[in-house]
Ligand binder design. Structure first.
Ligand code: ARG
Length: 481
């Protein structure tokens, strides 16, 4: 393929390019081995950064002209040429070439093909090392923002569901054993809190991503009188990176993003796990929408929670991308090393995976049917009011440890009789403790049990309503106008 450009009327064969496709070919006499060319090339992956590459080049060229390093005519030609290349890429008529290795050299070659030698001046005072770091930061910034928007939407969906299901009561679990009854709204708001922190983590990562490496050159800076502050401003970065070696060497901003995505997927995976359990015949708490479930090729009765399972499963690939890049980076001396070319595939895959997962949940959650009678029965059937009976005895003066024993014996008695605590006759209750009076039945009623937990952040109706209002206010404050 190294001779392919000879058939390409757009491609010149400048002497500086060694007469073949390789833009660094000057000192080389032997052609690149075919397998080396394939493995060395990153264009299949990094062409995703084409828009950012062009944006960075436009800013760089404008700065070079402003500083008198590039003539205004050359700058204008480069700008028009890059815009034409961008139009080709957007229209899908750009021919990506593996022999040109990566997105940077593909675009530069296409530019030179269009405008001639002026295109070769674009790379003045720049290296692919600061170029790729710039591209990746611009790309990540854009995708981080999009994910933050989706998370904002997901939080809104959860708050809406919480409002709709304020009076649905279900068992709260510890060790997946029924513990105390909670409002479904309370349970959903717990996830809204997690996703708010995920959004915050992405915003934090974005703040540290939004720094400009452009002008760091290969590693040491440049002798040309460039203005790094100008390109940083043009590209919407908060500032230029302060150290050129750091600028081209580190990928911590990508790692932070991956860490945030890994945690986000962990949260989505737990929610998935709960929906998988809840939609099983044994629980029967919810029915997932047909649009987000699938059937079995052999068992006609089946309705499988594939979306939830896939989100749970794909969490593994996102963890893998985080581990992969951490491992790529751990032994690298400063500054740029080709190992770092391995950064993009995992990051882009993790971003795509998380974005898909969020979109799937945004589509599925509002369409879930809740079986309130089922969740209520499950909450009422499993002695979830036992703590309340103990608390009742404590209020009547019994030390908590003794109350715990009394209630334990009453639970055993109820199990024998096959009833709930609230169904035990008063004499049966009083046989274990004469402190128990008629007023106990009110304490043991499910609504009373739930609404008793009125501490800040608890599951009582008034408290959950306050949490909903607070979540709404936070969403309104964050919504982009
Ligand atoms: N394709 C390369 C990457 O993704 C671009 C930087 C290459 N720099 C170099 N000196 N070979 O990392």
């Amino acid at each position: 393929m190294s001779g392919a450009d000879r058939d390409d009327p757009a491609a010149p064969t400048p002497k500086s390019a060694g007469g073949d496709g390789r833009m660094w070919g000057g000192r080389f006499q032997e052609a690149t081995d075919a397998l080396v060319q394939r493995v060395n090339a990153s264009v299949d992956v990094d062409r995703a950064l084409a828009e950012e590459d062009i944006e960075g080049s436009l800013a760089h060229a404008a700065m070079l002209a402003a500083q008198g390093i590039l003539s205004d005519e050359d700058e204008a030609a480069i700008r028009e040429g890059l815009e034409a290349v961008r139009a080709d890429i957007r229209a899908g008529r750009f021919e990506w070439r593996e022999d040109l290795e990566d997105v940077h050299m593909n675009i530069e070659r296409a530019l030179t093909g269009r405008i001639g030698p002026a295109g070769g001046r674009l790379h003045t005072a720049r290296s692919r090392n600061d170029q790729v770091a710039t591209d990746l930061r611009l790309y990540l910034r854009r995708r981080q923002r999009a994910l933050e928007e989706l998370l904002l939407g997901l939080r809104g969906t959860l708050v809406e569901l919480a409002e709709r299901h304020l009076d649905v009561i279900l068992p709260g679990y510890t060790h997946l054993q029924v513990a105390q009854p909670v409002r479904l709204a309370h349970h959903l708001l717990a996830y809204a809190e997690m996703f708010a922190r995920d959004q915050g983590r992405l915003a934090d990562a974005r703040a540290r991503t939004n720094v400009s490496p452009l002008g760091a050159g290969a590693l040491a800076g440049t002798g040309f009188p460039i203005d790094r502050h100008l390109t940083a401003r043009t590209l919407g970065f908060d500032e230029p990176s302060r150290n050129s070696l750091d600028a081209v060497s580190d990928r911590d901003f990508a790692l932070e993003t991956l860490a945030a995505l890994a945690i986000l997927m962990m949260h989505l995976s737990r929610l998935s796990e709960e929906l998988i359990l809840w939609s099983s015949q044994e629980f029967g708490f919810v029915t997932l929408p047909d649009s987000h479930t699938t059937g079995s090729s052999i068992m006609p009765q089946k309705k499988n929670p594939d979306v939830c399972e896939l989100v749970r499963g794909k969490t593994g690939r996102v963890y893998g991308s985080l581990m992969g890049l951490l491992t790529v980076m751990k032994g690298l001396p400063l500054a740029y090393n080709k190992d770092m070319q391995e950064d993009k595939e995992g990051v882009i895959d993790a971003l795509d995976t998380a974005e898909d997962a969020l979109r799937l949940y945004l589509g599925m959650l509002p369409k879930i049917t809740v079986h309130a009678a089922r969740t209520r029965a499950a909450a009422a059937n499993a002695f979830s009011n036992a703590t309340d009976l103990a608390d009742y005895l404590v209020r009547k003066g019994l030390p908590f440890r003794e109350a715990h024993h009394v209630v334990g014996r009453l639970v055993a008695r109820a199990l024998e009789l096959g009833t709930g605590l609230e169904e035990l006759e008063l004499p049966v209750l009083r046989a274990e403790s004469p402190l128990i009076g008629d007023d106990v039945y009110d304490v043991l009623a499910l609504e009373t049990v739930v609404d008793a937990r009125s501490s800040y952040g608890g599951t009582a109706r008034a408290e959950v309503e306050r949490q909903i209002a607070a979540a709404r206010a936070a969403l309104d404050a964050e919504a982009t106008p």
